[in-house]
Write a protein that binds this ligand. Structure first.
Ligand code: HOZ
Length: 409
């Protein structure tokens, strides 16, 4: 396996060590093949909002598997999941399932191009929308972690159709829109692949207004924020409705499921209702649908309140320990996700995220792992506390954070 892993963010070269090979996970904890256990804040990079092996998710998947693992034909479960999404996300009038967020992002862009008759797409520096050819320029996640500015293998035509703008840069957006009106403005409403960099006040509403004025679609990539930061994702929390939404992670409850959703008139362009082609043998897979439904069923308002409380206590606790130890960090957080940036000042865009002391993060992260806590092994990824993280896990985390911040100095 290239780099020893099946996805680059799992390698730990950027923090100066080998990856951890996992034996099993339960609740908020992981156990590695050497029998060491960790409080896990990666949680499969976001899907496991209920923690590892939640009994109701396991029961749903087990029951589904006993009825057959895949049919290549529609099921009632897919309808139930689509209805759940529609009930939670007001902008999602119709939806099409895929197996990964990458597929969903690729398909949403194709749909936006078909609907507008335009080729260009505006994306933001440090955002990550899966490994779609045209969206790899200046991308976050593993590309940021491994210092890859744009992947070889992307054609110049694909690269030329992408305009990259700095996050929170209103003038940059206006310039990009007037130079070449795009099919879509594509953003993570809560960017979490350069670390968590929330939008400046009013920025999402500005994007909504400008996309409408320029005849382009507003596409929210809510793969990370969807069903995590609130019942209806970032769009509900911010009161800004996109034309299309890309979903992944929580919607599959830890199994491979993703989707794109949005306005009925747009979604009806997708084949076989329309002619925009997109397909998948395992799309809407019954095991993934069962896991997604079981996970969403756990997410009532109490669950979101609890997740927000846990995240806040973790973020404020980490910031307080860092202060006591003398480490300069910023810990932005939203319900269910946070980042520890080694920076003197707030981080508002990718340039600021890249200017942080990533060597200090590496030392901190290595020490956390030695003390039994598993943060994302890259500053350019978010931490994902779950509903399974309780006070005892927080205590263990903050106890480990003291020597770990010390190691970063
Ligand atoms: N999209 C995930 C975090 N940014 C990572 C999934 C992966 O690359 O393995």
């Amino acid at each position: 396996m290239p780099g020893g892993v099946n996805s680059p963010v799992r390698a730990m070269g950027s923090i100066g060590r080998d990856p951890i090979f996992v034996e099993r996970g339960l609740g908020a904890e992981l156990t590695d093949v050497d029998g060491r256990s960790y409080v896990d804040y990666v949680c499969s990079w976001g899907p496991l909002i209920a923690g590892h092996a939640h009994p109701e998710v396991v029961a749903a998947v087990t029951a589904a598997a006993a009825r057959g693992t895949s049919y290549g034909a529609p099921t009632e479960g897919e309808v139930a999941l689509a209805e759940q999404v529609r009930a939670r996300m007001p902008s999602a009038e119709m939806l099409r399932m895929t197996s990964s967020g990458t597929e969903a992002a690729m398909s949403a862009v194709r749909l936006a191009r078909a609907a507008t008759g335009r080729d260009a797409v505006v994306k933001f520096a440090g955002a990550y929308h899966g490994h779609v050819d045209g969206l790899l320029a200046d991308a976050g996640s593993g590309l940021a972690t491994h210092g890859i500015p744009a992947s070889p293998g992307v054609t110049s035509a694909q690269a030329a159709d992408t305009t990259v703008v700095a996050w929170n840069d209103r003038d940059g957006v206006d310039r990009a829109l007037s130079e070449r009106p795009p099919a879509a403005i594509l953003c993570e409403p809560y960017p979490a692949n350069m670390g968590l960099v929330p939008p400046a006040e009013g920025f999402l509403a500005f994007l909504r207004e400008r996309s409408q004025a320029s005849g382009s679609l507003l596409v929210f990539d809510e793969v990370i924020s969807g069903f995590r930061v609130a019942r209806g994702g970032a769009q509900e929390r911010e009161g800004v409705l996109p034309d299309l939404t890309i979903l992944g992670k929580v919607i599959g409850g830890g199994l491979p499921a993703a989707a794109y959703a949005g306005r009925r008139d747009l979604m009806e362009l997708v084949a076989p209702a329309g002619q925009v082609y997109q397909a998948g043998t395992l799309s809407g897979n019954p095991l993934a649908v069962a896991a997604g439904l079981a996970t969403l069923a756990l997410l009532d308002s109490k669950a979101y309140e609890r997740l927000a409380r846990t995240t806040r206590a973790l973020a404020e606790g980490l910031a307080a320990v860092a202060r006591e130890v003398g480490a300069s960090v910023q810990v932005p957080w939203l319900p269910g996700l946070l980042t520890v940036f080694f920076s003197q000042g707030p981080v508002t865009d990718y340039a600021a995220a890249r200017a942080c002391d990533t060597a200090a993060y590496g030392a901190f992260c290595r020490a956390m792992l030695e003390h039994g806590v598993y943060p994302p092994p890259s500053q350019f990824e978010a931490w994902f506390p779950s509903l399974a993280h309780g006070e005892e896990h927080l205590e263990r985390t903050l106890t480990a954070a003291r020597p770990a911040f010390g190691a970063s100095l």
